[in-house]
Design a protein around this ligand. Structure first.
Ligand code: 5GP
Length: 236
């Protein structure tokens, strides 16, 4: 597969065209950003760790009937993926109150939520990815109809139902995570982007130690060491 010119560069990944118009190469970067890129950093090997972690999780989700954009891993930090048109909605799924939810609603940090909360954020850096409701999503023409929003909510819940027991068995708590979906050339909704400690909060079940990007956000320890612990846990 030939890697051709770059299509897009995001905060965590670059996307490249290939000689197949329906396939792209997703290259995971070592760059770290937080607070809408107000805080920037880099950690050698972070991209490769996220690529490996995403591969394990995408494979697990595929096995459980959730279609993803992953075709195959090409190198330490490159994946061949199906080309999709990204739906500009970040689907955030929460099991435990923390982060922006606590700031917004004044809940107790670390409180287990009585039900799985699925939220939509409008993917727009210039607006700071605002929380939106279904009417806003329609107004912004992010999806073609309301049933697509229901589908995103259903997929968010389904991914959670697969990942929570998986991580639990590996000694990790899946606190919350962000998903992105895209529509392929045949109109199928595929799980895209990545699922990694950049986009999930994962805590050690016994010590509640944070093993995800909060280590970078809050300067609470080596990012690489946290991500390596996540990878080792899910490979065992
Ligand atoms: P919060 O809204 O509390 O900041 O984030 C909720 C969850 O979604 C966390 O797991 C966080 O990592 C993830 N998340 C929210 N927005 C983004 C984003 O723009 N990029 C990434 N990679 N993850 C996000």
């Amino acid at each position: 597969m030939t890697k051709k010119e770059m299509l897009y560069e995001g905060k965590g990944k670059k996307l490249f065209f290939t000689d197949d118009e329906n396939l792209l190469i997703s290259e995971f970067k070592d760059d770290l950003t937080a607070f809408n890129a107000l805080k920037k950093g880099s950690e050698e090997g972070k991209g490769a760790l996220n690529c490996k972690i995403s591969k394990v999780l995408f494979d697990l989700l595929e096995k459980n009937g959730i279609a993803t954009h992953l075709v195959q891993v090409l190198s330490d930090n490159e994946m061949l993926v199906k080309k999709v048109s990204i739906i500009p909605i970040e689907v955030v799924v929460r099991n435990i109150a923390t982060g922006s939810l606590v700031k917004r609603l004044g809940l107790t940090d670390g409180e287990k939520l009585p039900f799985t909360l699925v939220e939509f954020y409008y993917k727009d850096d210039s607006l700071g990815d605002p929380l939106i409701n279904d009417a806003h999503a329609m107004l912004l023409k992010t999806v073609k109809d309301v049933s697509e929003l229901d589908k995103l909510r259903e997929l968010g819940n389904k991914v959670n139902e697969v990942l929570v027991p998986f991580f639990d068995a590996k000694g990790l708590i899946l606190v919350d995570f962000k998903l992105e979906f895209g529509v392929d050339k045949d109109g199928n909704i595929l799980l895209a982007d990545e699922i990694s400690p950049d986009s999930c909060r994962l805590w050690d079940k016994n010590t509640l130690e944070k093993l995800d990007k909060d280590r970078f956000r809050q300067d609470i320890g080596s990012v690489r060491a946290g991500y390596e612990r996540v990878l080792n846990a899910i490979l065992n």
